[in-house]
Write a new protein. Structure first.
Length: 279
């Protein structure tokens, strides 16, 4: 009798323990699901990139449909747009002492637009790559359960790019040339940083604008699938694409557009507007 009672008690204990374990596992899955769902619902579009690349001009055109010449910002700007979707735009200045603030918004980011001045990238390539490296490194450090925002490299100011005699002078041709130029230079500079990190050489000095601030100690986040040099399409950290575009003053006839998004598409940001609509 005592043996049967002991066996029954052991069975009940096992059932209780198993039930508690299953409840704990279920609770963990529910928490992870809710966290991922909440993160995926983030509607922040982060406008990142070096100073004077044109981030604030893009923000002004997408938000209010107005032309604003490139100007240096020293504080984070936040606005809202409702077309092509409802997003909150966050323009983070490119100054080395401010640009790290993008990490405060990373968990709420729907996507990241890294704006590059395509007309000056040939001489500023190392510094721009250093800035982009900090962004890619931060994305690569997100936990496995986190939503990974896609990155768009926007080769801005394509209208200022000098065209070779054989290239098309229309907007599409300029945008394509600007995107190709920016992609080529940044991939080359990021490959240099990746190789330097593999041999233990500090990568901060390769392009850092301010040695007292920036990517000091950042040496990872540039791993690619397969063999070969660094390439956006093979980056292991997530999705990177590259397009060209520009913000230019409008003539009076263009003021008749119905919305900021339509004006932006009319003024040289059509590829960017399409990309935002695809998110």
């Amino acid at each position: 009798m005592a043996g049967l009672l002991k066996t029954a008690l052991s069975s009940h204990t096992f059932v209780y323990a198993l039930s508690a374990l299953l409840a704990a596992v279920l609770a963990v899955f529910v928490l992870v699901y809710l966290r991922r769902k909440a993160v995926k619902q983030g509607n922040y579009i982060l406008l990142l990139g070096p100073s004077d690349a044109g981030k604030t001009s893009i923000l002004a055109l997408l938000t209010w449909g107005i032309y604003m010449p490139t100007q240096t910002s020293m504080q984070v700007n936040e606005t809202e747009i409702h077309k092509p979707h409802a997003y909150r735009l966050v323009d983070v200045p490119g100054h080395p002492r401010i640009r790290a603030q993008f990490s405060e918004y990373l968990n709420m980011a729907k996507a990241i637009v890294f704006v590059v001045d395509s007309s000056t990238i040939s001489r500023n390539g190392p510094a721009v790559a250093e800035h982009l490296h900090t962004v890619l490194h931060a994305i690569s450090q997100l936990p496995p359960s986190a939503y990974v925002p896609p990155v768009l490299i926007h080769a801005h100011k394509s209208d200022l790019v000098t065209l070779p005699s054989t290239a098309s002078s229309d907007r599409g041709g300029r945008n394509e040339l600007a995107a190709t130029r920016v992609r080529t230079i940044l991939e080359r500079e990021l490959e240099k940083r990746h190789q330097s990190s593999l041999v233990g050489v500090g990568v901060g000095a390769l392009g850092e604008e301010d040695p007292s601030a920036g990517a000091e100690g950042v040496s990872g986040g540039l791993e690619c699938t397969g063999k070969g040099a660094f390439a956006f399409e093979r980056w292991e950290g997530g999705e990177i694409s590259c397009i060209g575009g520009c913000v230019t003053p409008r003539s009076a006839s263009k003021e008749e557009s119905n919305s900021p998004a339509e004006k932006a598409a009319y003024d040289g940001l059509e590829e960017l507007v399409r990309w935002l609509a695809s998110l």
